[in-house]
Design a protein around this ligand. Structure first.
Ligand SMILES: Nc1ncnc2c1ncn2[C@@H]1O[C@H](COP(=O)(O)OP(=O)(O)OP(=O)(O)O)[C@@H](O)[C@H]1O
Length: 686
C-alpha cells in the first residue's frame, strides 16, 4: 500500500482479502493526538486509527466498520483545527472474544478484523511489559467513553496548519484545498450514514420501573452519552404511570421528531403502538418509527432486531436509534366482547394489577360477559379520561386493541402472566411455571377457528424458503429496508376497519360451526403426518380453502405471534416475517402428553420445536378463540389468563386479524428479523 508523508492522502489501499482485483481507495489524514503523531483513515468499508503516521490497517490501533462511526466533524481555528470522530468500538481483547457484529459488509472481513485486534492487543501487552516506554494504555484511557462492551470512543485530534496546507483530498498533485479536513469528515459521515440522516430528533421514553427497574441509570450512564455523541437532539420523558407511553404517543407532535425511543421492555412499545393507532391520523402517526432500547424483562423486540447474541447490547440498540431504518411490521387487530367498565384499582402495588386491562386483573368477573361470540354483550360505558379506553371501539359491542408481538391462552399464557408473583426469580420463573404446567397437563378448553386465507399455509418447507429469500433480499441491499410483502392499504381515514369482522360477529360459515381442519404439513414425510393425524386424507394434504375452519385437535396452549424470539431462550416462531400479512400460530397439542411438552424445552432457543409432532405450526390471516369457561372459573389458573403482547386481557373470546391498513415501524440496522435458519431435523426433511 502506497503512503505519503504529508498530512492527507488518497491511496490505492487495502486488498479486501476476498477479491484480489478489488482495491479500496484509502482516504487518510495525519493528525496529532495528545501531541503524538497519529493517522485517521477510512476506505469503502472501514474506519481506523493508527498511532503512528502509517496508514496500514494491519497496524491500526482501532478499526471498525463505518456503521459504528457516529459522528465526524472538523472545527477550524487559527492554528489549524480540531478533527472530532466519535464511534463505537468492540473492546480489544486478547481472548479472541471480540463481539464482531453481523454487519454485512464487515462480515467478509470479520476474521481479518479479529486478527488485527488480537495482534494489537498482543502488541500492547508487549509494550506494557517494556518498562522503558510510556504507558501503553494512556491513549486508550483517554479515548474510552462510559460504555462497556461496545464502547463509546471520542477521538479529539489536532491538525496543525502545515499539515492543512500540505493536504489534498483527491490525491497528490492537485490544488491545495484548505477545507480538505472538512471534506474528509463530510465524506466519512456520508459513509457512516448510508441509509439515514444524522442528528435525529428523538422523543425518548424511559420506563423507570420496567424489568429490573434500572432503566434510568442505564439511560443516564450508557445510552444518553451514545445518542448525544451522535449529535441527536433528545427530548426525554421519564414515564410516571401505566399508559403514560400511550398518552404521549397519542398526543405527540409528529413534525417535531424523527423517531420515538423506548428505554423499556416490550410493554411500553405496545403502549406506543396503541397510542398511535388510536389517533385520527393513525396512519401518519404510525409512520413515526420506534426504536426499543432493552431495559425491561423480555425485550423481545430488541432481541429480534439485533439478534439474540446482541439483543441486550445497549450501545448497539442506541446505534439502531441513531441510524436504523424503519422496518414495517404487520399490526394485528384484536377484538374482544366489550365489558361493562369496571371500577379502576387505585393501588399500584401489584404488578399484575398495574399491567391489567383498565386497571382490573383479567381474572375479575364482570357483571356481564359474552358466553358466545355472537351473544349480546354488556353495554360499553362511554370512554372517560382513561386513555386505555380510547383504544376500544366506543359504541360498538366489542373492544379493539392492537398487537404486534403475540397472543396466548392456555399453558403459555399461564407461564407468562401466571408467574408474575415469582418475578424476583428472573427468567427462572418461566421454567418453574412451565414445569408446573407440564405436570398439571391441562387441556386448554377453547374453540379455535382459523382462516388461512390466501397467504396462510401449513407448509413449513415453504415458510422456511420464504424466510431465507426475504432475509437474503435484506442482506443484498445491505440492510436498507425494502417494501413489505403485503403493502399497507390506502389511507381512507378508516384504519380501524376489520377485514374479517369482529369477535361479536357470526362467522361467515354454513351451519353451526366451520368445517373441521386437521393441521397437516404437506412438506413432512407422510409417516410423520400419519403418526400425528391418523385421520389424514390425501385431499386435505393439498391444503384448505380460503374460508374459516375449526381446529378439532385438543390443545394445551395457543401461542400466536409476529416475532420469532418471544424470549432469549425461546425461538417460538422461527418463520415469522415482519410484513407477510400472516400471524404465525403454534398449538401445543394435548395429545403430545407431558413428554411432548418436555421435549419442547429441548432446543427451544434453536426453534427446532416447530418440527416436533407435539406442536402444530402454521400461518393464518385471522383466527378466533372462544374459551369454554367463564372468566373466574376455578378450574383456570388465576381465573383465566389471556395475554396480548404480554399484557393481561379479560378471559373472553378474542379474534385476531392482520390490520390491512396499519404497519408499525420499528428501526432496524439489518432490515429483517435477525434469526438463525431453522432446518428440519434430518429424519423430518421432506
Ligand atoms: N412510572 C411507572 N409506574 C408504573 N408503571 C409504569 C410506569 N411507567 C411505565 N409503566 C408501565 O410498565 C409496563 C411495563 O413496562 P416495560 O415493558 O417497560 O417492562 P417489562 O414489562 O418489564 O418488560 P417486557 O415487556 O419486555 O417483559 C408498561 O406497560 C407501562 O404501562
Amino acid at each position: 500500500m502506497g503512503e505519503e508523508s504529508n498530512g492527507a492522502q488518497t491511496t490505492a489501499g487495502r486488498d479486501d482479502g476476498k477479491d484480489p482485483a478489488r482495491i479500496s481507495p484509502v482516504e487518510s489524514i495525519e493528525v496529532t493526538i495528545e501531541g503524538k503523531p497519529a493517522r485517521l483513515s477510512f476506505d469503502d468499508d472501514l474506519f481506523w486509527l493508527n498511532r503512528q503516521s502509517s496508514a496500514e490497517p494491519a497496524r491500526a490501533y482501532l478499526l471498525v466498520p463505518h456503521q459504528l462511526v457516529l459522528h465526524a466533524s472538523f472545527i477550524p481555528d487559527s492554528d489549524g483545527g480540531s478533527l472530532l470522530v466519535r464511534l463505537l468500538s468492540p473492546p480489544l481483547t486478547s481472548t479472541g472474544a471480540t463481539p464482531l457484529l453481523p454487519f454485512k459488509k464487515s462480515k467478509s472481513r470479520a476474521q481479518q478484523i479479529l486478527e488485527l485486534q488480537k495482534s494489537l492487543v498482543e502488541e500492547e501487552e508487549a509494550a506494557a511489559r517494556d518498562t522503558s516506554g510510556s504507558s501503553p494504555n494512556k491513549l486508550q484511557a483517554q479515548l474510552e467513553g462510559p460504555c462497556t462492551n461496545l464502547r463509546l470512543i471520542k477521538i479529539e485530534a489536532r491538525i496543525e496548519s502545515p499539515a492543512l496546507a500540505a493536504g489534498t483530498i483527491n490525491g497528490g498533485g492537485e490544488a491545495v484545498d484548505p477545507s480538505f479536513a472538512s471534506q474528509w469528515a463530510a465524506k466519512l459521515m456520508r459513509l457512516a450514514y448510508p441509509h439515514s440522516s444524522p442528528h435525529r430528533r428523538l422523543k425518548v421514553l424511559v420506563n423507570p420501573v420496567g424489568g429490573p427497574g434500572k432503566a434510568l441509570p442505564l439511560f443516564t450512564n450508557r445510552i444518553r452519552p451514545v445518542l448525544e455523541a451522535a449529535g441527536c437532539k433528545l427530548d426525554v420523558t421519564i414515564t410516571t404511570h401505566i399508559n403514560h407511553g400511550l398518552e404521549l404517543a397519542r398526543d405527540l407532535a409528529l413534525d417535531q421528531y424523527d423517531a420515538v425511543v423506548c428505554v423499556s421492555g416490550d410493554g411500553m412499545l405496545h403502549e406506543v403502538l396503541n397510542g398511535f393507532a388510536v389517533r385520527n391520523d393513525a396512519q401518519t402517526a404510525l409512520a413515526m418509527p420506534v426504536a426499543p432500547i432493552p431495559a425491561g424483562s423480555g425485550n423481545a423486540v430488541a432481541l429480534n432486531l439485533l439478534g439474540v447474541a446482541q439483543g441486550f447490547n445497549l450501545a448497539l440498540a442506541s446505534l439502531n436509534a441513531i441510524k436504523g431504518t424503519p422496518l414495517p411490521i404487520d399490526v394485528c387487530s384484536v377484538t374482544q366482547p366489550a365489558i361493562a367498565k369496571p371500577k379502576r384499582s387505585t393501588t399500584a402495588a401489584s404488578r399484575s394489577k398495574r399491567r391489567s386491562m383498565n386497571g382490573v386483573p383479567s381474572s375479575s368477573s364482570t357483571s356481564t360477559t359474552a358466553s358466545s361470540p355472537s351473544s349480546a354483550v354488556a353495554t360499553l360505558e362511554p370512554a372517560d379520561a382513561d386513555p386505555q379506553e380510547l383504544t376500544t371501539a366506543p359504541a360498538k359491542p366489542y373492544s379493539l386493541h392492537y398487537s404486534f408481538l403475540s397472543q396466548a391462552i392456555g399453558l403459555m399464557a399461564d407461564v407468562d402472566l401466571g408467574t408474575e408473583d415469582m418475578r424476583a426469580l428472573g427468567d427462572a420463573r418461566f421454567v418453574i411455571g412451565y414445569i408446573g404446567g407440564v405436570l398439571a397437563n391441562k387441556v386448554c378448553e377453547v374453540d379455535l377457528d382459523v382462516k388461512l386465507g390466501e397467504r396462510g399455509t401449513m407448509n413449513k418447507a415453504e415458510m422456511r424458503k420464504k424466510v431465507l429469500q426475504t432475509n437474503q433480499r435484506a442482506d443484498d441491499v445491505d440492510g436498507k429496508v425494502t417494501a413489505p410483502d403485503v403493502p399497507q392499504g390506502p389511507d381512507d381515514g378508516d384504519h380501524a376497519s376489520l377485514q374479517h369482522g369482529a369477535v361479536t360477529d357470526l362467522l361467515p360459515v354454513e351451519g353451526e360451526e366451520p368445517p373441521a381442519l386437521e393441521i397437516i404439513d404437506p412438506s413432512w414425510p407422510s409417516r410423520q403426518a400419519n403418526d400425528t393425524n391418523p385421520s389424514e386424507n390425501a385431499s386435505q394434504a393439498a391444503g384448505p380453502g380460503p374460508g374459516w375452519y375449526r381446529i378439532k385437535s385438543t390443545i394445551s396452549a395457543l401461542y400466536a405471534g409476529k416475532i420469532p424470539y418471544v424470549a432469549r431462550d425461546l425461538l417460538q416462531f422461527p418463520f415469522a416475517l415482519p410484513g407477510d400479512g400472516c400471524i404465525d400460530m403454534a398449538l401445543m397439542l394435548h395429545g403430545g402428553g407431558r413428554s411432548g411438552k418436555l421435549r419442547a424445552i429441548n432446543g427451544a432457543e434453536r426453534g427446532v420445536v416447530v418440527y416436533d409432532r407435539a406442536l402444530a405450526y402454521f400461518k393464518v390471516e385471522a383466527y378466533r378463540v372462544t374459551p369454554h369457561f367463564q372468566p373466574g372459573d376455578k378450574r383456570l389458573k388465576k381465573g383465566g389468563l389471556v395475554s396480548i403482547d404480554g399484557e393481561h386481557r379479560p378471559y373472553l373470546p378474542f379474534q385476531v386479524e392482520v390490520a390491512p391498513k396499519l404497519k408499525f415501524k420499528v428501526l432496524s440496522l439489518y432490515g429483517k428479523w435477525v434469526v438463525p435458519d431453522v432446518a428440519p431435523p434430518e429424519d423430518k426433511d421432506p
